[in-house]
Design a protein. Structure first.
Lengths: 115, 111
């Protein structure tokens, strides 16, 4: 089954404690990205990757890091989380940028709470 | 001002009603227009897409794009309780890699 998986699904942590949210896809997609979803603000892109070892900033990259060492994996790293990073996070993948027929597949989401 | 504006709702309709969901945008470079459906506690899934202006129909769903007015719509005919979800519009220009999403409209179809 074609899918994007994320772990963990739920995470409560404290300010400053480094954390990693993993993302994996089994569709051999080139393009992967991370979004955060906040009430009233919709989905905002944090980082994206066009291919292995190629990453770039999205609209809200501050406080986040990513890496793309393998095609299937795209972890999101918060080195020093702060309460304003409390949000619902989605990983997504597609062949290209996810427009038109190039469907962007989303993971199930990770709900992060930073105390 | 946001690039894409979408009424958050909630929009509550009786089963069988015709639903109209809308987004306005300000960036004239947008060429691809998508609608995503997001059920509670799930990731968004692509429902329909349209390239440039015009209409597109898929079963009970019709997507319309009016580029002159910078306005897009999604119509749902014969709405069902299973259509209850948040609907997100998304747009992309030819040169821009990222999708720009609206904030989503929550729809509730009452049986």
């Amino acid at each position: 089954e074609a899918q994007v998986t994320q772990n963990p699904r739920y995470l409560i942590t404290v300010t400053g404690k480094k954390l990693t949210v993993t993302c994996s896809q089994n569709m051999n997609h080139e393009y992967m990205s991370w979004y955060r979803q906040d009430p009233g603000l919709g989905l905002r892109q944090i980082y994206y990757s066009m291919n292995v070892e190629v990453t770039d900033k999205g609209d809200v990259p501050e406080g986040y890091k990513v890496s793309r060492k393998e095609k299937r994996n795209f972890p999101l790293i918060l080195e020093s989380p702060s309460p304003n990073q409390t949000s619902l996070y989605f990983c997504a993948s597609s062949l290209g940028g996810g427009a038109g027929t190039d469907t962007q597949y989303f993971g199930p989401g990770t709900r992060l709470t930073v105390l | 001002q946001k690039e894409v504006e979408q009424d958050p709702g909630p929009l509550s309709v009786p089963e069988g009603a015709i639903v109209s969901l809308n987004c306005t945008y300000s960036n004239s470079a947008f060429q691809y227009f998508m609608w995503y459906r997001q059920y509670s506690r799930k990731g968004p899934e692509l429902l329909m897409y349209t390239y440039s202006s015009g209409n597109k129909e898929d079963g009970r769903f019709t997507a319309q794009v009016d580029k002159s007015s910078k306005y897009i719509s999604l119509f749902i005919r014969d709405s069902q309780p299973s259509d209850s979800a948040t609907y997100l519009c998304a747009m992309k220009g030819t040169g821009r890699r990222a999708l720009t999403f609206g904030s989503g409209t929550r729809l509730q179809v009452q049986p």
